[in-house]
Design a protein around this ligand. Structure first.
Ligand code: GLN
Length: 534
C-alpha cells in the first residue's frame, strides 16, 4: 500500500481566518477526486479536551460518535466530509503532556531527562500518525490551532518540521493561511503581514509550500506574484480565498483556484477527473434560492457567542436548504424570558428550539419557552437540557407536580422528574465523565420521531449526566407526553413527544452533531417543515 501523505495547515497574521473551513474544503475536494481523507486538529491549549471549557470562550464542544469531547472544527470536518471523526482526530497539549507524564511515571524513560524535544515532539508525531494507523487513509490533513509565533504552538510547528524532513517533500506539505488586508485610506491591499508571517514560519524552520490568502476582494496576478517572490513559493501555489456569504461556498472557490490540483501535484499523486460535486452544488442552489422564509427562536444562555451553538446553527442551514427555506435564527437569551414577556418575544417566530446547557442560570426562561410552545401549538424542538425543561414544565403545569425540577438545579425537589443517572452518582471528576458518544435508541412506530427518521433503530450522540426519571413514566404517558424513543440496553428515555400538538419533540441526545450537508438531520428537517406550515 502506498504511503500516507500528510498536509499541514497553519495560520498566520491573525486568528479566526477560517483554517477549519479551509481544511474541510480542501479535504472535501480531495475526497471528491477519489482519495480517502481524514482531518485532524491539534490544539495548543493545556486542557486535556475542550469538555471543561466554557462555550463563551471556546465555542461549542463537539462530540464524536466514539464519545470524545472535541474542538468545534471537527464538526466542520464531519459536515463537509460526511464521515465520522474520532478521539484520534483531536489532540491537545494537555493530552500530549498527560501521555508523556504517564510514561515517565511508569518508568518508560528511566534514566533520561524528559524534554519538549524529543519527548513531547515525538508524542505529537506519534499522534499525527496514529490517526491513519493501518494506512486507513490516503491523505491526513492536520490543522494546527493558533497562529504561528504563539509560544504554545512551537512544539507542534517543530514536529511538523521534523516530519517534513523525515517523510520528504513529496509526502508532506505545509499550507499557510494568512490575511491580505485592504487599507481603505490608501485604497491598497497589503502583503506585508503575509511576508512577516511567512518569515516567522521560516524562523521556526518551515518553508510553506502553498499560501492561501484571505481577502475581502480579488487579488490581481501582480500581487500574487509579489507574494510568491517574497515568500519563496511557486506562483501557482499562491491561492486567494475571497470572503463568501456561506462557508459552504469555500470548496467551490478552492476548486476554481485549483488548490486541490496544486496539492496533489506537490504530493506526487495523480489528479483524477474534476469532481462534479453535484449534491454539493444542489445544496447551495437550494440554499440560495429559497421558496419559504421562517424565523426560528434559539433559546439558550450562551447567545453572545454564536459559535457556542455552531452545530445547531449549521444543522438549521442544512435542513433549511433541504426544505428550500431561508431561516432567520433569532438568538434569545433565556435569562431574559419571563412568563410575562414570552408571548411578545415569540410572536413573530415560526418555531422554537431550546438549546442544551448546564447549570441553573436561565433555566426558568427555558421552562417558560417550553410551556408557551406547548400551550400555543408552536413547533418545538428541545435538545438535551431543552428536553429536560419541557419535561419539567409538563410535570409542573399538566401533572400539577408543584416545584418539579431536575436535581441538577434543585436537589431537594419533591418531584425529581429529571435525575442523575445511576452510573453518574459515584463520579467526582468533571472532565470526560458524562454519558458521551453514540447510543442506540428504539423509536415507536407511528410517532412523529418515527415519521422523521423513517426507521425504528437509530444511534445518536450524547453528552449529559441527568436523565428522565422512569418513576414518573406512567404519569407522563397517561397525560399525553410520550416516551417514543428508548435506549434498548439501559431503558433510558431518549425522545419525548406530545402527539396532540403540531410538532413538539424533546430529545436527550444531540441530533445537531450528526447533521451534514449531504445528510441533513431528519429531526431538524421535520422541525423546519412543521415551522413552515405554521
Ligand atoms: N445539564 C444537563 C445534563 O447534564 C443537560 C446537558 C446538555 O444539555 N448537554 O444532563
Amino acid at each position: 500500500m502506498a504511503d500516507v501523505k500528510y498536509i499541514f495547515v497553519t495560520g498566520g497574521v491573525t486568528s479566526s481566518l477560517g483554517k477549519g473551513t479551509l481544511s474541510a474544503s480542501l479535504a472535501k475536494l480531495l475526497q471528491a477526486r477519489g482519495y480517502s481523507v481524514t482531518i485532524q486538529k491539534l490544539d495548543p491549549y493545556i486542557n486535556v479536551d475542550p469538555g471543561t471549557l466554557n462555550p463563551y470562550e471556546h465555542g461549542e464542544c463537539y462530540v464524536t460518535l466514539d464519545g470524545a469531547e472535541t474542538d468545534l472544527d471537527l464538526g466542520h470536518y464531519e459536515r463537509f466530509l460526511n464521515v465520522p471523526t474520532s478521539q484520534a482526530n483531536n489532540v491537545t497539549t494537555g493530552r500530549v503532556y498527560q501521555s508523556v507524564i504517564e510514561k515517565e511515571r511508569k518508568g518508560d524513560y528511566l534514566g533520561k531527562t524528559v524534554q519538549v524535544i524529543p519527548h513531547i515532539t515525538d508524542e505529537i508525531k506519534r499522534r499525527i500518525k496514529l490517526v491513519s494507523a493501518g494506512n486507513k487513509y490516503d491523505i491526513v490533513l492536520t490543522e494546527i490551532g493558533g497562529t504561528v509565533g504563539d509560544i504554545e504552538s512551537l512544539p507542534y510547528i517543530e514536529s511538523v518540521r521534523q516530519l517534513k524532513w523525515e517523510l520528504g517533500p513529496q509526502n508532506c506539505i505545509v499550507i499557510h493561511l494568512t490575511l491580505v488586508p485592504f487599507l481603505s485610506t490608501t485604497g491598497e491591499l497589503k502583503t506585508k503581514p503575509t511576508q512577516h508571517s511567512v518569515k516567522v514560519l521560516l524562523e521556526e524552520g518551515i518553508q510553506p509550500d502553498i499560501l492561501v490568502l484571505r481577502t475581502d476582494r480579488s487579488l490581481n496576478t501582480g500581487l500574487k506574484r509579489k507574494v510568491a517572490l517574497f515568500c519563496n513559493v511557486e506562483e501557482n501555489a499562491v491561492v486567494e480565498s475571497v470572503d463568501v456569504s456561506t462557508i459552504y461556498e469555500v470548496p467551490l472557490n478552492m476548486l476554481n483556484e485549483k488548490l486541490d490540483q496544486t496539492v496533489l501535484r506537490k504530493l506526487g499523486l495523480p489528479v483524477y477527473e474534476e469532481p462534479p460535486l453535484t449534491e454539493w452544488r444542489e445544496f447551495l442552489r437550494r440554499l440560495k434560492n429559497p421558496k419559504h422564509f421562517i424565523k426560528i427562536g434559539l433559546v439558550g444562555k450562551y447567545v453572545e457567542l454564536p459559535d457556542a451553538y455552531k452545530s445547531i446553527s449549521e444543522a438549521l442551514i442544512h435542513s433549511g436548504s433541504s426544505n428550500e427555506c431561508e431561516i432567520d435564527v433569532e438568538f434569545i437569551h433565556s435569562e431574559e424570558i419571563t412568563d410575562k414577556n414570552v408571548a411578545d418575544l415569540f410572536k413573530e417566530l415560526n418555531g422554537i428550539l431550546v438549546a442544551p446547557g448546564f447549570g441553573s442560570r436561565g433555566i426558568d426562561g427555558k421552562i417558560y419557552s417550553a410551556r408557551y410552545c406547548r400551550e400555543n401549538n408552536i413547533p418545538f424542538l428541545g435538545i438535551c437540557l431543552g428536553m429536560q425543561c419541557a419535561v419539567i414544565e409538563f410535570a409542573r403545569n399538566v401533572l400539577k407536580m408543584e416545584g418539579a425540577h431536575s436535581t441538577e438545579i434543585d436537589h431537594k425537589t419533591r418531584y425529581p422528574v429529571i435525575d442523575l443517572m445511576e452510573e453518574q452518582k459515584s463520579i467526582i471528576d468533571k472532565g470526560g465523565t458524562m454519558r458521551l458518544g453514540g447510543y442506540k435508541c428504539i423509536i415507536s412506530k407511528g410517532s412523529r420521531a418515527f415519521e422523521a427518521y423513517g426507521k425504528t433503530e437509530i444511534v445518536e450522540r450524547h453528552r449529559h449526566r441527568y436523565e428522565f426519571n422512569d418513576k414518573y413514566l406512567e404519569d407522563f404517558r397517561k397525560n399525553g407526553m410520550l416516551p417514543v424513543g428508548i435506549n434498548p440496553e439501559s431503558n433510558l428515555v431518549e425522545i419525548m413527544e406530545i402527539p396532540d400538538h403540531k410538532w413538539f419533540i424533546g430529545v436527550q441526545f444531540h441530533p445537531e452533531y450528526s447533521s451534514t450537508v449531504i445528510n441533513p438531520h431528519p429531526l431538524f428537517v421535520q422541525f423546519i417543515k412543521a415551522c413552515i406550515m405554521k
